[in-house]
Design a protein around this ligand. Sequence first.
Ligand code: AMP
Length: 427
Amino acid sequence: MNILVIGGGGREHALAWALSKSVRRPLALYCAPGNAGIAEVADCVDIGATDVQALAQFAGEKGIDLTVVGSEAPLAAGLVDEFERRGLKVAGASRAAARLESSKAFAKHFMARHKVPTARYRVVSSPRDAQRVLTSGEFGPEDSSVVVKADGLAAGKGVIVARSRSEASSAVNVLMEGGLVGADAAKRLVLEEALEGREASLLLFADGRDYALMPAARDHKRVGERDTGPNTGGMGAITAPDVLDEEALARAVREIVEPTLEGARADRLDFRGVLFIGLMLTPEGPRVLEYNVRFGDPEAEAILVRLRSDLAEIFEAVARGGLGGVNVEWSDEASACVVLAARGYPEKPETGARIRGLEEASRVPSVQIFHAGTARAADGSYTTAGGRVLGVTATGATLDQALARCYDSASRINWDGVHYRRDIGKF
Ligand code: AMP
């Protein structure tokens, strides 16, 4: 079986690592563009993740049987549509289905249409429009919070939780006119009611008909401990039974997962791939904050270390249909991923530092170290090559045990400028 993974971060390392354990033999694994850690389990191919034509040509030439896409950009760019046009099997959302992530306005209208519980919202397309909504009292009095979101893909920078009406007005201006996100992404904004509660991420595999849930996860987006400092791609993630207890899970499945998948069918979105549902667990029940049409990073690392089944077989069923007949089993453990970042991340990460202690760190029991941004020097040593550098991931009988293993392993790794949060999973 020839498999191609698209992307080059910690998430794709976890995907490639899990796929490399498939029982399907002979197995040839490629990753485009990959990274130095991924190169240990796959052949890295120097093609960018959104270079759809070059990727499709490569897949055709190499006789790739299955392509797995890590991030949203290639999906939104229509990679799946192009691969399928060429008769290539691919596990991921079509461009039309990817709009659940690539347009927040589209996602909100979808939820409204299919009665999926979410925050009340308005879509606006000019600062004047926005001011009118903000002063109308629709989202409560002057001093209540409003969330302002850029409609399009914004790499995590497009959401501002404003604590008052005047903060919301500034957020509108910063997004629409301040160049914080791309002009296209902020042509329209979603204004929405601020929800209170704990957050949880519920991910699932879907093949257009059947679905299989993954263990619920929680991530930590802020760079600093106690959730302080700027937002990042993610500094850590955990899975544990109390992220979403049985009752909350049953409710989320009934009120959110099933109406979402039925809605996607009714709208002929033909959702196949990984669906990531960001939830706020409010006192009134679970509410959808966002949909993503792929794994999160570092949620993927924390989730995939618990997979007991064959990921190649699962993705093959996602691509071809038949997921209902595939065993998707998870270990009965907790897990954690702690991201080790470079000095200056997220604003201006330093690269090129020599990483020490990796081998010793990887010998800590039940630990997997996924590379997010590393390169290999001529003498074989690893150097930092991105803001997020490593995802130190572990399983344990309890979350505390998984975390202790992560931190034991992380403490053995060193480079000039390494930093990570010591409070992952703590609140
Ligand atoms: P999103 O990309 O839409 O998930 O937003 C990113 C983050 O902003 C979420 O993980 C929440 O922490 C926060 N957020 C988004 N929407 C809301 C909301 N309606 N109420 C409160 N916080 C929100």
